[in-house]
Design a protein around this ligand. Structure first.
Ligand code: NAD
Ligand code: UGA
Length: 480
């Protein structure tokens, strides 16, 4: 640990993904006197961040292109030269992926920390002088200890005065949501910094103070900071599972989940946010972070606590399956050879991210039932959909349809237009993109095969318009 309070001039961030890219762009924008280097091992991602066409940035976020346009190659740089920029950085943010382990101890629940460990080793090797290492990735509580141990080895082996390396480790989790990342970063509810060294904490806090008021900068011990991030995501996801579980009860009792949400949300103690019933939460983090919490609880012998939180994920899985099952049921128990128009594939609106999107499981289930899906999404690349579904888009869908063979395998195609109603038996709204609010349902009804169904898992259609168009409607949590 080093106590010198030097001016921060250079920052680098390892990981140019959904968090690293936007977060560093906003820091560069708010701190014109600091050079910000965003680094990644993925060459094509870095090329995309440097693309002269700002619509090709690898992350789609409203407002991000404007910020990058303003600062890129002025004090914001994207590079694969990890060694060079760690070497000049006063602060290194670690913002790499921390997915669930797929094999070995803790498989299916624990976080895979191999990328974080690799970063710690890179920093240990290439850093010069004093470096503040900041955990930006979401990590299991006590990960800082691991990073610290790796860095300590480098501290001890850098004996020569001119080659002396010292480190401080801080936790500074990110709370941005995709789709609103720029606004969340520019106007955060709070910035959380956990650490031991007051000087290191103040150095990082001074960066945020350029645009965040001091009372919103929360300083805690490092373990509280790490655990607060997992807890925040668990609480948010728990609200969604709670309301989705009630949506099923609404459907069988004649209640309306929107009315129930509003009625409970007006209670100040409950609050109105995160009470929208949908197709089940997606996104890269809720599931993996809760599973990680479950693993930690089990590790520390807290079986009941683990079971409590695991329930949030189990209800989410059940809810997604519930939706695909009811589509099959309403379409007379078979989807074989039936065309279904799918509206939205990203896990929420205003992002091109599909990680853990409810659309993946639901579309797979429908394809398994033999359906022919035509998928529209304004931002998701069809190549990504193919990867997520594990099935290539087929022209064969058309061939099968022409043959009118009812024993065909399910398949999918992509459409850039929302006009995908021709001969569809149903339309399924999976992402709440604003443009889906303007669909002309009377026109759609003329193209669909009767009796046609609209399945709205996002409460995005106006039920009145569906009724006027004489289409059947299922809305999540609508028991009327
Ligand atoms: P991401 O997959 O979009 O980006 C991670 C990037 O790190 C990838 O581009 C990968 O190539 C790069 N990388 C991995 N190892 C590397 C190494 N050794 N050197 C250089 N580059 C390396 O992930 P993300 O969505 O940005 O998430 C990053 C972390 O932030 C995760 O821990 C996540 O839980 C957390 N988080 C994510 C969000 C979100 O909305 N996506 C919000 C808050 C926190
Ligand atoms: C979430 C948290 O909101 C962020 O604070 C956190 O930083 C981030 O995870 C992370 O750690 O990765 P994000 O996953 O980007 O952000 O998006 P959310 O807005 O939280 O939505 C997650 C999922 O829940 C989406 O599928 C969304 O459609 C769904 N959702 C959200 C609902 O079904 N109902 C709601 O009322 C709110």
């Amino acid at each position: 640990m080093n106590n010198s309070n030097k001016q921060i001039k250079n920052i680098c961030c390892i990981g140019a993904g959904y968090v690293g890219g936007p977060t560093m762009s906003v820091i560069a924008d708010q701190c014109p006197n600091i050079n910000v280097y965003v680094l990644d091992v993925n060459d094509s991602k870095i090329k995309a961040w440097n693309d002269p066409d700002f619509s090709k940035l690898p992350v789609y976020e409203p407002g991000l292109d404007e910020v990058v346009k303003k600062r890129r190659n002025i004090n914001l740089f994207f590079s694969t030269d990890i060694e060079k920029y760690i070497g000049i950085a006063d602060i290194v943010f670690i913002s790499v992926n921390t997915p669930t382990k797929t094999k070995g101890v803790g498989a299916g629940q624990a976080s895979d920390l191999k990328w974080v460990e690799a970063c710690a080793r890179q920093v240990a090797k290439f850093a010069k002088g004093h470096t503040i290492v900041v955990e930006k990735s979401t990590l299991p509580v006590r990960t800082a200890e691991v990073i610290q141990k790796i860095l300590e080895v480098a501290e001890l082996s850098s004996e020569r005065e001119d080659d002396k390396k010292t480190f401080d480790v801080l936790s500074n989790p990110e709370f941005l949501s995709e789709g609103t990342a720029i606004n969340d970063l520019e106007n955060p509810d709070r910035v959380l910094i956990g650490g031991v060294s007051k000087i290191a904490i103040d150095s990082l806090s001074n960066i945020y103070k350029n645009w965040v008021s001091e009372e919103k900068i929360l300083k805690t011990n490092i373990w509280s900071s790490e655990l607060a991030k997992l807890t925040a995501n668990a609480f948010l996801a728990q609200r969604i599972s709670s309301i989705n579980s009630i949506s099923a009860l609404c459907e069988t009792t004649g209640a309306d989940v929107r009315e129930v949400s509003r009625a409970i949300g007006l209670d100040n103690r409950i609050g109105s946010k995160f009470l929208e019933s949908g197709p089940g939460f997606g996104g890269s983090c809720f599931k993996k972070d809760i599973l990680n919490l479950v693993y930690l609880c089990k590790y520390y012998g807290l079986e009941e606590v683990a079971n409590f939180w695991e329930g949030v994920v189990l209800i989410n899985n059940w809810h997604q399956k519930r939706i695909s099952k009811l589509v099959v049921k309403k379409l007379f128990g078979t989807l074989s050879g039936k065309k279904i128009a799918i509206f939205g594939f990203s896990f929420k609106a205003n992002t091109n991210d599909t990680r853990e999107s409810a659309a993946i499981q639901i579309c797979r289930d429908l394809i398994d039932e033999g359906a022919y899906l035509t998928i529209h999404d304004p931002k998701v690349d069809p190549k990504q959909i193919a990867l997520d579904l594990g099935i290539s888009p087929l022209t064969q869908c058309k061939e099968n349809k022409d043959k009118n063979d009812l024993n065909i395998n399910g398949c999918w195609t992509f459409s850039e237009s929302t006009d995908i109603f021709e001969e569809a038996h149903a339309a399924l709204m999976l992402t709440e993109w604003a443009e889906y609010k303007n669909i002309d349902w009377e026109l759609a009804a003329k193209k669909m095969i009767s009796p046609a169904w609209i399945f709205d898992s996002r409460s995005i259609v106006n039920p009145e318009n569906i009724r006027k168009a004489k289409l059947n409607l299922w809305r999540v949590g609508d028991g009327s």
